[in-house]
Each structure stands twice: as structure tokens, then as C-alpha cells.
Design a protein around this ligand. Structure first.
Ligand SMILES: Cc1cc2nc3c(=O)[nH]c(=O)nc-3n(C[C@H](O)[C@H](O)[C@H](O)COP(=O)(O)OP(=O)(O)OC[C@H]3O[C@@H](n4cnc5c(N)ncnc54)[C@H](O)[C@@H]3O)c2cc1C
Length: 352
């Protein structure tokens, strides 16, 4: 279904301030496409460059975040370090008292980063693809992959057999299920990630605030709801709902940073199944089976990459080889040790 997967469930944070060169190249290419996407698709995806802040709560956070801003700038990506006073000026609703559980000791800001409207992105792309002659078959489940030795012959689906020589697998948390159909075992874990929104209120926050150490992030949607999310549920599952402790963690940490959230009623919670790779980076690659291509392992960060994910994958399928931008995102990097470590694990791994 169009937008029925994680594309329709995510909290729409778009940024490119990743640490490593390969990630910077990939995600910033995406950000550049986002900047002209509404015009290109002739569909308003409501891309809003309201900035994304990452807060620091202890000395190690400061060191890690400053290191990342330097790395970003060396890669031509806009990133600045903000003092606590500058954080408060940029987003006055943040609690910067010194006597709170997670005092704000500064933060980073990527001004070109922001959010977009997820449904609009799904439908904008679907309309664009349809116009170019792509057949979109909805409510059609893939049940099996037919092979002749190491070559693909087609797909078994609930609507019948589809003959094809090439298959692109982009199934997020269910990528391993589909790959299994071709006897490919992926280095991925499927885990639920939840998000929630409050009742709508008047505008109080015109940016995105994230805290890696606390594992919580907050923004405000165009409808006025406070959009919040945090860490994964700590177990493998295909159940798209998740547990209460993960939500409780997000809310208790959220309230530490934004006192007035405590007055709000929560409106809705939901979950999606993440395709967690072992280094936090995606796989965009061919496989040993002729005609099976993989685009997975986006973990909690694939929405921001939508334009570059599609672009590099189309190149890889058409040319039967990776583009320079995805040349490091190989399936076999977990064997060779060429990891792209973007796990974003906070410094307080013992919390939550
Ligand atoms: C709560 C939450 C918050 C998130 N927040 C962010 C964020 O702020 N920023 C960010 O960049 N990313 C975020 N993400 C991650 C992001 O949503 C995903 O990485 C991204 O949407 C993946 O896109 P996709 O097209 O690869 O997968 P999806 O959009 O999930 O599409 C996969 C599709 O495959 C289909 N499928 C699966 N199995 C089969 C089958 N057997 N047959 C046919 N179809 C099948 C599914 O139905 C689905 O439609 C978040 C995710 C969640 C759940």
C-alpha cells in the first residue's frame, strides 16, 4: 500500500549531519534533492527547513557533538555549535535550568535540516512514478521468489505470478522475510520503534530538538501536535505497536527538557518495524543472486534519505553496479569489517 509502511509512520526528521564521509555524501545528496523536491514532483511535500538541534548534557556529549560539527563542516555540511544561551535563544521553550536531570550544556544546529509531510512525500512520489508509466500494484503481498539456480525468474504474489529478471527489495523491517525467500540471510534485526503525538496546541516550537544521550526528540507538526519519539523497543518483533515503558521513557525525558509538555494529553501512539543493521547504516547493493537487489537496513533514519535511496537504487539496478554514493553501502561490509558506524548510541547507554 502506498505510504502504508514506515514512510507513513515516521516522525519526518530530515538532516544530513552524519559523522562519516560516506554518510555525509549520501544524506547531503538527499538533502539537496529535498530542497527542490516539491517543484520537481509538482506536489507540495511541505519540506520545512526549520533546523535540527542536538543537545549536549555532559562533557562527553559536548566532545562528541563538537567533533561531529567539525566533521560535517569538513564535508561542506552546515553545522554550528551553540552555547546554552544560544540554544535558549533559538528555541525558548527548552528548559535550560542548571538543576534539572539533564542540564543543557550546549548543542549543535543544522539550519538546512527540518521536516516534511510524510504522506505527501509518499503520494508525490507515487504520482510522479505513475506519470512515468510505473505500475503500482496495491494490496499485493509477495509470497515467494522463483529462481532458476542463481538467477531470478519472478515473484509469487497474492495476485498471481509476476515474471521478471530483476527484483528490488525495499521492505524495511520485513526485508529479511523477503530476502529469506531467496535464501539470503541478512545481517539485520527487526525491532519496533514507536512515536506519539500530543493533542494539538498553538505554535510553541519551530525547530526539531533531539537528544542522543536522553534518547528523545520533539518537534511540532503543522497541525499543532507535539511529535515525539525515542529509542527502539528492546526486542525483535513484527508487531507494529510496541510497549509502554518505551513511551514512558520518551515522556519522562521529554518533560525534563520541556516542562510544559507535562500539561498535555497524549493523542496517539503507533509503531513501525525497523530494519536495524549492525552499524546503523543501510545496505544498497546487489546480491550473489543475479537479479536480486537490496535496499534496506535504514534503521530509524530512512525517511530523510528517501530521495537518495531511490536514486542510488535505481542506478544500481539499471547499471548492475553501485553508484559512487552507495559504493560503501555493501552487504559484505559486515564480513570485510568496512563498517560505517552511525549507530548514534548515546553516552548513557545504561538508561532505558
Ligand atoms: C516511529 C518511527 C519514526 C521514524 N522517524 C524517522 C525520522 O524522523 N526520520 C527518518 O529519516 N526516518 C525515520 N524513521 C525511519 C523511516 O520511516 C524508514 O527508514 C523509511 O520510511 C523506510 O522507507 P522504505 O521505503 O524503505 O520502507 P517502508 O516505507 O516501510 O516501505 C516498505 C513497504 O514494503 C511493504 N512490504 C513488506 N513486506 C511485503 C511483502 N511481503 N509483500 C509486499 N510488500 C511488502 C510494506 O507494506 C511497506 O509498504 C522512523 C520510523 C518509525 C517507525
Amino acid at each position: 500500500m502506498i505510504g502504508g509502511g514506515n514512510t507513513g509512520r515516521n516522525t519526518t526528521i530530515i538532516r544530513s549531519n552524519y559523522l562519516w564521509d560516506a554518510s555525509a555524501g549520501l544524506y547531503d545528496h538527499a538533502l539537496k534533492i529535498w530542497e527542490g523536491l516539491s517543484q520537481e514532483l509538482n506536489y507540495n511535500v511541505r519540506f520545512s527547513q526549520r533546523g535540527v538541534m542536538n543537545l549536549a548534557h555532559d562533557l562527553q556529549d559536548i566532545r562528541d557533538l563538537k567533533r561531529r560539527t567539525h566533521a560535517n563542516r569538513l564535508n561542506g555540511i552546515d553545522a554550528v555549535w551553540l552555547s546554552t544561551k544560544e540554544v535558549k535563544e533559538f528555541c525558548p521553550v527548552i528548559n535550560t535550568s542548571t538543576d534539572i536531570r539533564y542540564p543543557v550544556l550546549g548543542g549543535t544546529l543544522q539550519g538546512r535540516a527540518g521536516t516534511a509531510r510524510h504522506d505527501a512525500v509518499a503520494w508525490g512520489y507515487a504520482r510522479g512514478a505513475d506519470k512515468m508509466g510505473v505500475d503500482i500494484v496495491q494490496n499485493c503481498e509477495v509470497k515467494g521468489i522463483k529462481r532458476n539456480g542463481d538467477s531470478v525468474e519472478g515473484l509469487e504474489t497474492t495476485k498471481g505470478f509476476i515474471k521478471t529478471k530483476k527484483i528490488g527489495v525495499v521492505a524495511a523491517g520485513h526485508s529479511s522475510v523477503i530476502a529469506n525467500m531467496a535464501d539470503i540471510r541478512l545481517p539485520l534485526e527487526s525491532k519496533p520503534l514507536q512515536a506519539l503525538v500530543s493533542e494539538p496546541i498553538k505554535p510553541i516550537m519551530d525547530t526539531v530538538v533531539m537528544s542522543n544521550a536522553v534518547h528523545a526528540y520533539v518537534s511540532q507538526s503543522d497541525k499543532g501536535e507535539m511529535v515525539m519519539g525515542g529509542d527502539l523497543d528492546g526486542y525483535n518483533s513484527y508487531a507494529q505497536r510496541g510497549n509502554l515503558p518505551a513511551l514512558q521513557h520518551v515522556l519522562s525525558e521529554g518533560v525534563a527538557m520541556f516542562l510544559n509538555l507535562s500539561r498535555l494529553k497524549m493523542l496517539r501512539t503507533w509503531g513501525g518495524i525497523m530494519d536495524m543493521s549492525m552499524d546503523g547504516s543501510p545496505i544498497i547493493d546487489k546480491t550473489h543472486i543475479d537479479g536480486v537487489y537490496l535496499n534496506c537496513g535504514w534503521c530509524y533514519g530512512g525517511f530523510k534519505a528517501t530521495p537518495v535511496s531511490g536514486w542510488t537504487f535505481a542506478y544500481t539496478i539499471a547499471q548492475d553496479q553501485a553508484h559512487e554514493l552507495n559504493s560503501k553501502y555493501k552487504l559484505n561490509r559486515f564480513n570485510t569489517g568496512h563498517l560505517i558506524d552511525e549507530k548514534g548510541v548515546g553516552t548513557k547507554t545504561w538508561i532505558g
